[in-house]
Write a protein that binds this ligand. Structure first.
Ligand code: NPW
Ligand code: ADP
Ligand code: MG
Length: 282
């Protein structure tokens, strides 16, 4: 196993692109977030708001019908496109051209949703982040991994990773299997945890920010929105993963003196993305 490269401020500054004075929303990138189901529309609100706060110019959210008013009223800046099904996704089709797509948070694994995800994968070549239930659907249908576009970013937590690559008995074996999965499928894997590792083929990165305050509902949904936003802003897949994970962890380090571990919630990640970015400008 290769020694992990520590991802600290210096490593991020090598990759970070400050905003161009003459940019406009049309060139800042359009992120599309797809997911949600009855009772889990909040996951999409979190990922969509996080995408906006990470800097892309436009965000569209694709949710089942029951999510329409929830997303429209909770985030005024986001555009909403709906599936025809009331409670879950059954046909992921849309007219818009997105620069990056994040799919999976809160999506559920109904058979109709699985089929819709298969058809979506068969027809997309847009830079992609796959998270949560979309990862679980891939684990149920391993042959569909071949449909995943090269350089897609996968963001499993340990259980999702185990479903995808199978059980491991040592840390070494866990890294070995993840590296092979990354190499064979040409994908970047964000192994979420404490700490989070990012695997790009044989290269392993170890994030240095974040703390136990992040152990709270929706913090992974927020990360999906952040990485999708960076992809939409034309960062390479691995750089989107590294910068996204670094900034995400930094928000918790910044907020900790105010919130303590217990009262920090996923919305606090979103509220502190601005301060995390500003710390790169000092
Ligand atoms: N507001 C909303 O709409 C929200 C919606 N959400 C959406 O819900 C859906 C289900 O997602 P999910 O991750 O809760 O379920 P699931 O995949 O069964 O994993 C749970 C199990 O995994 C494990 N585990 C997790 N982390 C671990 C770690 N660091 N280290 C070690 N183990 C770890 C742990 O297993 P255990 O240790 O108990 O065996 C745990 O019980 C998904 O679509 C998501 O987007 C949520 O985001 C919440 C807010
Ligand atoms: N103890 C911890 N220390 C640092 N980061 C953590 C800790 N617990 C969870 N996290 C981070 O929080 C996020 C949790 O993601 P996930 O389990 O997908 O949450 P959800 O599905 O509820 O949105 C990951 O980025 C993970 O690295
Ligand atoms: Mg998650």
């Amino acid at each position: 196993m290769n020694t992990p490269i520590a991802i600290d401020r210096n490593e991020i500054l090598k990759r970070y692109k400050p905003i161009d004075k003459y940019t406009h929303k049309g060139i800042q990138g359009h992120a599309l977030l797809i997911g949600g189901s009855y009772g889990k529309i909040g996951a999409m609100c979190l990922s969509s708001k996080a995408a906006l706060k990470t800097g892309c110019g436009l965000v569209t959210t694709f949710v089942p019908l029951c999510g329409y008013e929830i997303v429209q009223t909770s985030i005024l800046e986001v555009m909403v496109v709906t599936d025809e099904h009331e409670r879950y996704l059954s046909d992921i089709s849309f007219e818009l051209e997105a620069d990056a797509i994040g799919i999976g948070p809160g999506m559920g694994q109904k058979m109709a949703t699985q089929k819709a995800f298969h058809d979506f994968l068969s027809n997309t070549s847009t830079p992609l982040v796959i998270d949560a239930d979309a990862l679980n659907i891939l684990s149920h249908n391993p042959s569909w991994v071949a449909l995943v576009p090269p350089r897609t970013v996968l963001t499993p937590h340990p259980k999702e990773l185990e479903r995808l690559i199978g059980k491991w008995y040592t840390k070494e074996e866990m890294f070995g299997k993840t590296v092979v999965f990354s190499l064979v499928n040409h994908v970047v894997i964000v192994m979420k945890g404490a700490p989070t590792y990012i695997i790009d083929g044989e290269t392993i990165y170890e994030n240095t920010t974040g703390n136990a305050a992040l152990a709270t509902a929706g913090s992974g949904d927020v990360l999906t929105g952040m990485i999708t936003s960076l992809l939409a802003q034309s960062y390479k897949a691995v750089d989107s993963a590294l910068i996204g994970v670094y900034l995400h962890g930094l928000t918790a380090d910044i907020a900790l003196p105010e919130t303590g571990y217990q009262s920090f919630i996923a919305s606090d990640i979103i509220a502190n993305i601005g301060k995390a970015y500003l710390s790169l400008e000092d």
